[in-house]
Design a protein. Structure first.
Length: 100
């Protein structure tokens, strides 16, 4: 869903599901499979580490964000089920580096 529609959909779902977190939209959360509790995607973002060598190439940098963590999780779920994934987006939206 586009950003504008996410707010509306999140509000709609909260009418039926009372245990959803009230902060942000439902798209910023996932269910922790070990505990069954809602967990903010920010808790899934690994810390960025500076590469050990002196050859720091901008094109190879990948700094995890909420969106990239969510995308990687969904891609892994599809890979486990042997489903194809199509990434769409404009130039510079990390499609290639996400799949590497």
């Amino acid at each position: 869903l586009e950003t504008m529609c996410r707010d509306r959909f999140s509000t709609y779902l909260r009418n039926f599901l009372t245990d959803l977190p009230q902060e942000d939209t439902i798209f910023e959360y996932r269910v922790d499979l070990k505990t069954g509790q809602w967990m903010h995607w920010n808790q899934s973002i690994p810390p960025w580490k500076y590469p050990g060598d002196d050859k720091l190439e901008f094109s190879t940098l990948f700094i995890s964000t909420l969106d990239s963590s969510r995308l990687l999780y969904l891609m892994e779920c599809n890979a486990i089920q042997k489903r194809a994934v199509l990434l769409m987006g404009g130039s510079g939206t990390a499609k290639t580096v996400t799949t590497e």
